[in-house]
Write a protein that binds this ligand. Structure first.
Ligand SMILES: *[C@@H]1O[C@H](CO)[C@@H](O)[C@H](O)[C@H]1NC(C)=O
Ligand SMILES: *[C@@H]1O[C@H](CO)[C@@H](O)[C@H](O)[C@H]1NC(C)=O
Ligand SMILES: *[C@@H]1O[C@H](CO)[C@@H](O)[C@H](O)[C@H]1NC(C)=O
Length: 395
């Protein structure tokens, strides 16, 4: 009788064997490392109490061929788990820490603690100072946004990292006063006084303008009138033509991005790149949240990935591939708000896909990687289990 069969009768886990085999075969995850990953970014949010450890997520993300990850903080466990990988990182300073960063010494300390030690091993390429600050009502916070960005930039300069790490902030599309048609895009009057000097900074620092764009919100707000095909990138979308430019839009995301380009241009800048720091579609929602279904989420993300693979630009910037960070890697069970908020993930916390867009990753069963103590324990555990099982099955 083969050893495996003996195991099978005594000890249920043939899955266990598969796991061990995978561990041995993966050889540090190298097997998954293709020469070139998908140039898709993903937001790795962690507002949850059931997510796998960063060491395991590092394997998962690389096995999915995701080449760029955006964090909302600068979690040292995450940054260390990606050392010596090709994955690029956007790290964040939370809104609660923005005002403190105005103080140059605080910004310097933050950069020295959260960025400098990880370079060049972990490829941090951008820092976002705050998230959607200008959407909120906190005028003291809004006023501190640009000074904080400037202090962070000066701190990078002081340690020779300016130009190697960009400094920016991510905006909500709510800062727009008008988005339609795209050529008429304009920032809201409340936001302009903040954005005018902020754009001058981005232009001088050669850093991108980040915008969080959710065509889903437009659909949810008015499902009777917003064409589903248009928000879902479907080939049969009638689309819209911008009468003043003659440019045709077959999807809402590109129209939103171009409206931001138009708004930036109205404030005098043509040299600032716009990147989509978040976009996504929830796979579940409350009964009153139209369109939050796995089918629509799969269609949105699947079609978006195809566009990313094609390296498409928007009608206004056809030669510049749209740079997109999908929201989000995991469903996050502790996010407040409507049910949709907890269901933007491509993956469940166990690493399995919420819907199939061909992005399958491998989440290792336990922390055997990174030479962590857990890893050592896992190997000791495997060895003991193997010895005990063999002994039992032979007796
Ligand atoms: C950020 O803010 C939190 C909450 O106020 C605080 O505990 C933490 O020390 C701050 N971090 C930095 C780097 O200033
Ligand atoms: C901001 O203030 C307005 C009225 O001043 C209020 O209606 C709105 O809910 C506030 N928004 C937030 C995010 O607090
Ligand atoms: C910084 O942003 C600019 C403008 O988008 C971009 O060209 C450059 O590659 C970015 N730098 C890094 C290090 O990612």
């Amino acid at each position: 009788m083969a050893v495996a069969e003996r195991f099978g009768t005594r000890w249920p886990p043939s899955r266990f064997f598969v796991a061990v085999l995978l561990v041995l075969l993966t050889d540090g995850g190298a097997a998954w490392k293709r020469a070139e990953g998908l140039s898709m970014g993903i937001n790795y949010g962690q507002i949850a109490d059931n997510l796998p450890s960063p060491a395991r997520v590092s394997y998962l993300v690389r096995s999915m061929q995701v080449s760029k990850v955006k964090l909302y903080d600068a979690d040292p466990y995450v940054l260390s788990a990606f050392v010596d990988t090709d994955v690029e990182f956007v790290v964040g300073i939370g809104n609660e820490n923005v005002s403190a960063m105005v103080e140059p010494a605080a910004a310097r300390a933050w950069v020295e603690r959260h960025v400098q030690p990880y370079l060049p091993g972990t490829r941090i390429t951008c820092i976002t100072v705050g998230n959607e600050v200008l959407k909120g009502n906190d005028s003291a916070l809004k006023a501190s946004l640009l000074p904080a960005m400037q202090s962070v930039y000066q701190a990078l300069t002081a340690v020779g990292l300016q130009g190697r790490v960009n400094v920016t902030t991510a905006h909500s599309l709510d800062i727009m006063g008008s988005t339609y048609p795209p050529s008429a895009g304009a920032f809201g009057p409340d936001a302009v006084p903040y954005l005018q000097p902020l754009l001058a900074f981005l232009s001088a620092a050669r850093s991108p303008f980040l915008i969080n764009c959710y065509p889903y919100f437009a659909y949810k707000a008015d499902p009777g009138n917003v064409p589903l095909e248009y928000v879902l990138f479907q080939p049969d979308a009638a689309g819209v033509t911008d009468a003043s430019t003659g440019l045709r839009y077959d999807n809402m995301l590109y129209a939103q991005v171009d409206s931001v380009y138009a708004a930036i241009q109205k404030l005098g800048h043509t040299d600032v790149d716009v990147k989509v720091s978040e976009t996504g579609w929830p796979s579940r929602g409350d009964p009153d949240e139209a369109g939050a279904t796995p089918e629509y989420a799969r269609t949105y993300i699947g079609n978006l990935l195809q566009r990313i693979e094609m390296g498409q630009g928007t009608p206004m910037r056809p030669s510049a591939p749209v740079d997109v960070y999908v929201f989000a890697l995991f469903n996050e069970n502790l996010k407040p708000g409507p049910a949709s908020e907890r269901n933007y993930g491509l993956l469940y916390p166990d690493g399995t896909p919420v819907y199939d867009v061909g992005l399958r990753g491998y989440l290792p069963p336990m922390d055997y990687s990174q030479g962590t103590r857990e890893g050592v324990r896992f190997f000791v555990f495997i060895s003991l289990v193997a010895i005990v099982s063999i002994t039992l099955s032979l007796s």
